[in-house]
Design a protein around this ligand. Structure first.
Ligand code: SF4
Length: 228
């Protein structure tokens, strides 16, 4: 409960009438304020976490176990973005867990990073049933959350992991093979983005790990140039 709600509750317990400013956004004591999508661009980190955790802005809220906001350093230089939570992520509330998550951890270690020194998130915060591809409407509904995360983290580089994440972020239908291996930009050409393979794909196709390594080296070089 907020300090203002505490104060009102205390005064009411003393039998003192509490006058509220007309149109005040403060809800009655004990009630959570409804989080509105139009408020998201002004939210701080904690408000955004709460908004996502209670979000019902698309149909995916009906089948999720929990939302998956992301993990890591909210001031990280690297922002890793995947597609959406899978079954294990939905259960654990953390992105990229299981074998694919372990491989992602190894990929990060190879360029001197860890899960704690980057921030890892997904485009969608709720699991699509049966791990189907997210619908365009679901991605559109959730995009505001990721955009606010990017605003608050202010990363130097985005690493888009997997075809769906890359296509959604770049609003492109191009196959991953054409999106990886070169530099893209978000946010009016100010935020560099590198595309690489999803670790789940690399587990199925280990021969592609060399290309993923090239992508990581490109990302590392670009991030270092942002520091220069
Ligand atoms: Fe809200 Fe995003 Fe979850 Fe849809 S996927 S309910 S928009 S948090």
């Amino acid at each position: 409960m907020s300090a203002e709600a505490d104060r009102i509750s205390y005064l009411q317990a003393l039998g003192i009438d509490v006058w509220r400013e007309r149109g005040s956004a403060e809800p009655p004591p004990g009630e959570e304020p409804p989080a509105r999508i139009s408020d998201v661009p002004l939210m701080n980190w904690e408000q955004l976490q709460h908004k996502v955790a209670t979000c019902t802005d698309c149909g995916l809220h009906k089948s999720r176990t929990q939302t998956v906001f992301g993990v890591g350093d909210p001031h990280a230089d690297w922002l890793i973005i995947g597609e959406a939570p899978g079954q294990q992520e939905d259960q654990r509330g953390e992105p990229f867990v299981g074998r694919a998550g372990q491989l992602l951890d190894q990929m990060l270690l190879a360029v001197g990073l860890t899960r704690q020194t980057v921030f890892i998130a997904n485009v969608l915060k709720c699991r699509p049933p049966n791990n189907r591809d997210p619908a365009k409407g679901e991605a559109a509904a959730c995009r505001v959350h990721l955009e606010r995360q990017i605003e608050l983290i202010q990363p130097r580089l985005v690493l888009a992991v997997g075809r769906i994440a890359a296509q959604m972020l770049l609003e492109s239908d191009a196959p991953l093979g054409r999106l990886r291996g070169r530099l893209h930009y978000l946010k009016d050409e100010t935020l560099p983005l590198v595309v690489t393979y999803h670790p789940a794909y690399l587990l199925r196709s280990p021969s592609q790990k060399g290309k993923a390594w090239q992508d990581l080296c490109l990302a590392r070089r670009v991030a270092a140039e942002q520091h220069a």
